[in-house]
Design a protein around this ligand. Structure first.
Ligand code: SIN
Length: 325
């Protein structure tokens, strides 16, 4: 058996397979398909300060190759999350990552502070990239200075590891990654969904009530892989790959591109048991290639471009003790 354990900053994950936010509930809803102990971490659906009803229906639309969504961050808000979800996930045998979303930097900061005291939560993933709120303008997902401002404020209010979830809807994602690294992020998640739309040509009706939404699923994998690779070349902090992954060889492509771990999202709707099987399937592929430690392939892409980026100096909050599963 190959060793699958990977570090993401000061966290140590039992394997590099994580759920992607918004596709796995808060985690335990899917325990029948995927025991938490099977994967490296559970990443929650986005939690906001106040409850959100989400966008009008229809807000899911299947396309010939992938899924469009415009959920609009429906959730019950931070009070309900702290009251109902945190006690439930406390004993889960894996790391717990809470994804947070907001429409202002101040609200992101307040969420970070509310979660900072929760010892059941191992890291915060900051959703800078939801395309289904604020009219799809992606203010924090497309402007490096705005993204950095959010991360700086979150950094000031929490000592938990901060993962910044980036949008693929930019020309130079490496610049976004550098901006959040400089502001104190401990890792980057690359990427959220692509802006897309569908139309029923007979009725003229768009597939989503909001017309445009986030496009995900296997067809976006080459784009997500390029984004993750670009981030890995741009920053020294770990990159967590996300986008279109559905099998072990997809996951290994992201690791070779430079990712420390991967998140599986839309594919869980098609095959809810995929996440639980993936670590074993990765192990089998590594064994078959006589690779004893998954860490040895991270960043091993032969892109002919020389060494990756050197670390910038970053003022960091005092670290908490190492959490591991
Ligand atoms: C949504 O709730 O609209 C999807 C979440 C996201 O894309 O960040």
């Amino acid at each position: 058996m190959a060793s699958l354990r990977v570090p993401i900053g000061r966290l140590s994950l039992r394997n590099p397979v994580l759920s992607a936010s918004g596709t796995f509930g808060h985690g335990l809803e899917m325990a029948g398909f995927c025991p938490p102990s099977a994967i490296g971490a559970l990443v929650s659906k986005t939690v906001t300060l106040r409850p959100r009803p989400g966008n009008p229906l229809p807000r899911l639309c299947e396309t010939s190759g992938g899924l469009l969504n415009s959920i609009g961050l429906e959730n019950r808000g931070i009070d309900a999350y702290l009251r109902d979800v945190v006690p439930a996930v406390r004993g889960a045998d894996t790391l717990i990552v809470t994804n947070i979303g907001a429409e202002s930097p101040a609200d992101f900061a307040e969420l970070a502070e509310r979660l900072d005291g929760c010892d059941a939560i191992d890291a915060l993933e900051v959703n800078l990239s939801c395309p289904n709120v604020q009219g799809g303008k992606l203010p924090f997902g497309t402007d490096p200075a705005m993204a950095a401002r959010v991360i700086e404020l979150v950094r000031a209010r929490t000592s938990k590891p901060i993962w910044a979830k980036l949008s693929p809807n930019v020309a130079r994602i490496g610049e976004m990654a550098k901006a959040v690294e400089g502001a104190g992020a401990d890792a980057v998640t690359a990427v959220n969904t692509l802006l897309g739309m569908a139309i029923d040509w007979k009725s003229g009706k768009p597939g989503l009530a909001t017309v445009q939404g986030g496009y995900s699923g296997p067809p976006i994998k080459p784009i997500a892989l390029r984004c993750a690779w670009e981030c890995a070349r741009a920053v020294a902090i770990p990159v967590i790959g996300c986008g279109g992954i559905r099998c072990a060889s997809d996951a290994l492509e992201f690791l070779v591109a430079g990712c420390a771990a991967v998140q599986v999202g839309t594919w869980s709707f098609a095959d809810p048991g995929a996440l639980a099987r993936l670590p074993g399937e990765i192990d089998a592929l590594l064994d078959g290639a006589s690779i004893a430690d998954v860490r040895s392939i991270i960043g091993s892409v032969r892109d002919g471009l020389g060494p990756r980026h050197a670390a910038p100096s970053i003022a960091r909050a005092e670290p908490r003790p190492v959490a591991s599963t």
